[in-house]
Structure formats: structure tokens, C-alpha cells
Design a protein around this ligand. Structure first.
Ligand code: SF4
Ligand code: SF4
Length: 281
């Protein structure tokens, strides 16, 4: 029971990710209308459209006609993740996160941390450049370029229909993350995660670090998939984790034995009338 409470966010995230996959499967297999479509474009209760902003941007660059439903779906998603944290998509919705989390666990167990020298804050910016390249590529080929290689689409379609040879791509990502580059796919390459980082840059729900409780044990830094968002704050100051790549996964909160980290609602103006954001990064 203790470990369930200790890992409550991890368990809730897996329930969330698997439930979403199941609802896509059930829409195809049983005709349920709770969540129909895929993670690029869905309809909730046959009414509320949900559109992945990056997928729609690619379509725009490709010159495709964009329906009103798609645009409305983008606004719904921007509002939702603009409040709860853009990369909450990654840790609570995207199925690929289950693979990359497993790879990160294998990596921790097999002590591959020493070759992280090639993983720096700068290499983590590659995903934003890749996002731009894919938009330009979409314009050139007249189609959404990332959709051809997206492991998110492959995984979601695989559950709803059939995985085919898609498992080879998913296995490649697992091996890459576990044995080549720590948090290689999600933390360095994935343009969808990059897009959601931008979407949630001002989000209200954030992890808060209380320096008074912090014993600098480093457990949070060890588990965090985006360590660069923690390093400016941990053991340095009481502040929100403002780094836009934080996935709001809650793992740092779960591994902290000193109650130094918790989810909180970000206030932009503190009680002294100062801008909280200026105190970070
Ligand atoms: S970074 Fe990409 S693949 Fe990884 S969890 Fe986020 S959207 Fe999914
Ligand atoms: S700071 Fe915490 S919530 Fe954010 S990505 Fe790292 S472990 Fe997850």
C-alpha cells in the first residue's frame, strides 16, 4: 500500500495512458463514441474536437484545407495544456512515454549514466530545430511529414488496428534510449514534445521546490527525464520549476523523501508584487 501511495502519480499516469489507448481501441472494435480518432485528431463524446497543434501546423504548411472542427480542436488543446502544462501530454497521454520510461529504468539499472556526456542542455534543443525542419519538409512534400515516422501514431494505430512492422520502430526507440542516449527520443528528438513544451510555457500547474526542506540528496535529479529544468532550482532556491520541458510527471515529487517538491499553482506575481518568473532560469 505504501508503494502505491508513493508512486501514485506514476500509477495514475499509466491508468490515464492505457485508458486513452483502450478508448481508441473500443471506438474501432465496439463502436464506442467516448474517444474516437487518434492522438492527432480526436472527438470526445462525439462532440468536442481535439487536434494536435503540431499535426495541424504541418497540414497548414502542406497546403491542406483545414476544417473549422480542426481549428476548434486546436484551441481546445491549447487551452487545456496551456493550463495543466504542455508536456503533461507526454507523461499523462502519449503512449510512447511508457516505452521511454521503461528504457530510462533499464538505463538506470544497467548504469549507463557515464556516457551521458553527449547529452547536454544544448543537444536537448535539437528537437526544436527538428520541428522546424519537419514543417519545411511538410511544405515540400505536400503532406504532414512527421506522420510518416511518428511513433505516437504507430503506437496508437497499432493498438486500434494492427502494429504490423511498427514494433521495429518502437523497439529502436527503446534501444536508443536504454543504451545510446539517456532520454534520447523524448528529451532530444520528438517534435511533438517540443511543440507541447511551447504550448505549456506559461501553464498554471507547476512543480514547486521548497528549499527549506531540500537535503540535496539528488534523488529528483536522478529520476527526472528533463534534468535541466531542475538544476537551476534544486538546493538553490524556493521556486517553481519553470523550465518549459518539465513534463509534470510528478516523479521528482514521488522520489523526494523530504517533501521538498509538490505540485502547485504558479503565481506570476508574488506577495511583494515581484514577477516570480524573473527569479528563475
Ligand atoms: S516527447 Fe514525444 S514521444 Fe515522448 S512522450 Fe512526448 S509526445 Fe510522446
Ligand atoms: S521536474 Fe519533476 S515533474 Fe518535471 S519532468 Fe522532472 S521529474 Fe517530472
Amino acid at each position: 500500500m505504501g508503494s502505491i501511495i508513493k508512486n501514485k502519480y506514476l500509477i495514475l499516469r499509466r491508468i490515464s495512458q492505457l485508458s486513452i489507448l483502450f478508448l481508441y481501441f473500443a471506438a474501432n472494435a465496439y463502436g464506442w463514441k467516448i474517444l474516437v480518432g487518434n492522438l492527432s485528431f480526436s472527438k470526445l463524446f462525439n462532440t468536442i474536437p481535439l487536434s494536435d497543434p503540431f499535426a495541424v501546423l504541418q497540414m497548414l504548411f502542406a497546403g491542406a484545407a483545414i476544417s473549422a472542427d480542426l481549428i476548434l480542436g486546436v484551441f481546445v488543446v491549447l487551452f487545456l495544456y496551456g493550463v495543466i502544462g504542455g508536456r503533461a501530454y507526454c507523461s499523462w497521454v502519449c503512449p510512447v512515454n511508457m516505452i521511454t520510461d521503461l528504457a530510462a529504468w533499464v538505463r538506470r539499472k544497467t548504469h549507463h549514466e557515464k556516457d551521458n556526456l553527449i547529452s547536454t542542455t544544448k543537444t536537448r534543443k535539437f528537437r526544436y530545430a527538428f520541428l522546424v525542419v519537419l514543417l519545411i519538409a511538410s511544405a515540400f512534400i505536400g503532406a504532414a511529414a512527421f506522420e510518416f515516422i511518428s511513433p505516437i501514431g504507430i503506437f496508437t494505430r497499432g493498438v486500434a488496428f494492427s502494429l504490423g512492422f511498427g514494433w521495429i520502430w518502437l523497439l529502436t526507440i527503446f534501444i536508443f534510449d536504454a543504451f545510446v542516449l539517456k532520454n534520447g527520443w523524448c528529451g532530444h528528438i520528438c517534435p511533438v514534445g517540443a511543440m507541447y513544451s511551447l504550448v505549456g510555457s506559461k501553464s498554471l500547474i507547476r512543480v514547486y521546490h521548497n528549499k527549506d526542506n531540500c537535503t540535496a540528496c539528488g534523488e529528483c535529479l536522478n529520476i527526472c527525464p528533463e534534468t535541466q529544468v531542475l538544476t537551476p532550482v534544486i538546493d538553490k532556491k524556493s521556486d517553481y520549476i519553470n523550465g518549459i520541458e518539465c513534463t509534470n510527471c510528478g516523479r521528482c515529487i514521488e522520489v523526494c523523501n523530504d517533501n521538498a517538491l509538490n505540485f502547485s499553482i504558479r503565481k506570476y506575481i508574488n506577495s511583494k508584487g515581484e514577477n516570480n518568473e524573473k527569479t528563475t532560469n
